[in-house]
Write a protein that binds this ligand. Sequence first.
Ligand code: BES
Ligand code: MN
Ligand code: MN
Length: 455
Amino acid sequence: MQKVLSYIEKNQDRFLEELKDFLRIPSISNNAENKKDVLRCAHYVADQLRQIGMQQTQLFPTSGHPIVYGEWLGAPGQPAILCYGHYDVQPVDPLDLWISGPFDPTIRNGEIFARGSVDDKGQVLMNFKGVEAHLKSEGKLPVNVKFLIEGEEEVGSANLDHFIVNHKELLKADVVLISDTPMFDRGVPSICYGLRGLVYCQIDLKGTNSDLHSGSFGGTVINPNFALAQIIMSLKDREGRIQIPGFYDDVLPMSPEEKQELARLPFNEEKYQKDLGAPAPFGEKGYGTLERIWVRPTLELNGLCGGFIGEGAKTVIPAKAMAKISMRLVPNQDPDKIADLFERYVKQIASPSVELTVTRMHGGKAWVAPIDHPAIQAASRAFEKAFGKRPVFVREGGSIPVVATFAELLGLPSVLMGIGLPDENAHAPNEKLDLFNFQTGIAGSAHFFNEMKQE
Ligand code: BES
Ligand code: MN
Ligand code: MN
């Protein structure tokens, strides 16, 4: 590994320049006007794959954004690692809160600021460079490697499952490697062994054909804003417990062993509140913050709109109101069943004086893995070698729905070696990536391929 590690050391500056080029491409998958940029980004990924020595590199068009694939299969008899990541990024609004432009990567205090730096371009590039270091210094990799980098993760991976089903042979592997999660804290290398699932719905309410004068019509028809507020107020009680009948039925309790492990983590509730600027903790009774994130499902109101929100006052009854609502799920909860329960309940509590539509958007299953799996143990050794510290095992509240898909459709275990930090502003203004973690993560990635080698 010495040659591999010194290659990483020597090429540090170039890796950073390549990261900047990657980050300059505004690959916002959610914006139709960025479609060409997303395509350009897919080509950037393919060019990278070719440069680092992958073969069969190609773009697979989908009805949305392309999937990029490349492989190196020169280690017969050795396992194959399927590396998954995404090259698309979240929208940048509110733009005025960015200190430097979201697509003008800027380094301040050892951190690179740009949309996509931590989620997920920096972590994708980290695995590219881990592979490159082997191929360019040793002429080979200790194991076989395949890359599957998609451009629609941030919009629900609508075309990915279909692609996986139709390319089972191409994607044949022994284990999936994903770097798209945060570390527990700065200086605490972490392996993630659990993710929450997701159900995302939109509720549309229509009261009347048009907005109405609230003097002429007030009191004669329902106000959709009120009807919506009533629905929302019935979803949770004041302590945050979800009121949808059956919602918690399939939730599994945390095992005593896992509870013990959790209690060992260096977590400070007070600091957590303070860093977030929250006046007081809030959440489901009987659970600590980490349990609330790891093993408890939630329901969030992601956005609301209805009626007049401009300057001044306008006496109006809006014709329509809308809410975006998502639920984070935990292992054993079925997204379709939860979506059914949600829809049935909302229809039951909605006022009959309003027309209600529930639209299901994307979703996915939660996931949890046994930490004694040999590939997870290999990841642990790899991070220990790179960071000089034994990693902790954590679960996360976010979702990567394809992880459950890999398990179900391909029978593949996943290893989540993320090097983001919880305060790196993923999805928010001033997204950033710690450059020490980027650099050390490249070594961690290189070590992982080595640790996966079978004697
Ligand atoms: N990288 C995140 C997933 C993530 C975030 C894992 C935080 C662990 C902790 C990913 O890019 C993401 O944002 N996923 C979406 C999924 C959705 C669009 C289906 C999410 O979690 O909201
Ligand atoms: Mn991500
Ligand atoms: Mn994301």
